[in-house]
Design a protein around this ligand. Structure first.
Ligand code: SF4
Length: 218
């Protein structure tokens, strides 16, 4: 099915977070998804069912810890947000939001894999967006945590400083811009990208040998 253009740029939070931390560099992928919908997706070689089972179990375990302690626990679809800006809509869905009786809330993302800087960036974007996008969190102090199977990482509010906000906003502007950035294909990055060669002719085939040369210097 060919991709169809969107009427207005739409950006899912996780399309930005690896770009923010330098774990990926091809902004074209985010630009394409921001401007198109219904594109055919590359089949994934990851075990999605296994990931979903593990993630669901950790999510339930984490949410359960807060039940009965005076907190209200909001899970996944209850946390969907859309923040309408002048250049794009920013959307996302935090795993858990723990609401207390005071004017504060804790946003938690649950991760079953290894720790990544992009997980921190993801929670920081949620901490920025929730008080602006959802009425019940307007004016609330939002704290952030990432829950791994054996560790909790706190995300300090101080991280949402001028430097982060500048990088975040300018990235949104580039992804939402009418003109696409240059694709940056590489085997390492295309391997994890769900855009097929039908939409991205630059896609690097997994079977392609790595580029290289020879030398007598060593
Ligand atoms: S397939 Fe590769 S070059 Fe194309 S958008 Fe994805 S990461 Fe970028």
């Amino acid at each position: 099915m060919p991709a169809t253009p969107r009427a207005f740029p739409y950006i899912w939070t996780t399309w930005l977070t690896k770009l923010l931390t330098g774990e990926s560099s091809c902004e074209w992928a985010a630009w394409f998804k921001a401007h198109h919908q219904g594109y055919e997706k590359q089949p994934s070689d990851s075990n999605l069912a296994q990931w979903q089972i593990e993630h669901t179990a950790l999510l339930a375990e984490t949410g359960h810890k807060f039940l009965g302690s005076g907190y209200t626990v909001h899970v996944e679809g209850q946390n969907s947000f859309r923040l309408h800006g002048r250049s794009a809509v920013l959307a996302g869905q935090p795993d858990l939001i723990i609401e207390s009786k005071s004017d504060s809330a804790l946003v938690i993302d649950v991760k079953t894999g290894s720790e990544r800087a992009s997980h921190v960036a993801q929670v920081m974007v949620y901490m920025y967006a929730l008080p602006r996008a959802l009425d019940q969190y307007k004016g609330a102090r939002i704290a952030g945590e990432i829950h791994y199977p054996n560790r909790i990482q706190r995300v300090p509010r101080g991280g949402l400083d001028q430097g982060f906000m500048h990088r975040f906003i300018t990235l949104i502007h580039r992804v939402a811009a009418p003109e696409p950035p240059q694709p940056l294909p590489s085997a390492a990055e295309c391997r994890f990208c769900d855009i097929t060669i039908a939409d991205c002719p630059e896609r690097v085939d997994q079977g392609a040998p790595p580029s290289g040369g020879t030398t007598d210097d060593f």
